[in-house]
Design a binder for this molecule. Structure first.
Ligand code: CMP
Length: 138
């Protein structure tokens, strides 16, 4: 019996919307063979930011991160596919766009460790938590 297909919660952050990079980023995921199961243009409010980034709320970088993430609409996406969590993390690259490898989304389009275009779940546990937060009916 095969196991159910894995899911990841991906956010195309406000900088991706402002810079007109939604098609570029989503296209990469689609061409890889990942499936868009749900998608919503939505503005994160302060409460959702605190819940989504619960592990980071006490860090020094959190206040400006929160300002950025609530600064305009983002696109929340549920992606599915074989080992999607690891596959998407590899495709987006390391957190700091200045250091992310060329060929990754952040490596090709970001120059910041805050405005880094994409968030993606980093483990099955965080995917479950984030999916329940963003798409409770799924
Ligand atoms: P993300 O994958 O959404 O997870 C946490 C976010 O915090 C990260 O992407 C960046 O946007 C931001 N972040 C992480 N580290 C730093 C840092 N040192 N300075 C500023 N922002 C950071």
């Amino acid at each position: 019996m095969s196991s159910p297909t894995e899911r990841s919660l991906v956010l195309l952050k406000p900088d991706a919307v402002r810079r007109g990079l939604l098609g570029e980023i989503l296209g990469r995921f689609e061409r890889k063979g990942l499936v868009v199961e749900a998608m919503e243009l939505r503005t994160m409010d302060a409460a959702l930011a605190d819940q989504h980034y619960a592990d980071h709320v006490d860090k020094a970088f959190y206040p400006p991160l929160k300002d950025f993430m609530t600064s305009g609409p983002l696109v929340a996406v549920v992606l599915s596919g074989d080992e999607v969590i690891e596959v998407v993390r590899a495709m987006i690259g390391s957190t700091d766009g200045r250091k992310a490898a060329a060929g990754t989304i952040r490596g090709d389009f970001a120059l910041s460790n805050r405005e880094n275009l994409v968030h993606a779940s980093d483990s099955p546990e965080s995917a479950n938590r984030e999916l329940a937060l963003w798409f409770p009916k799924l």
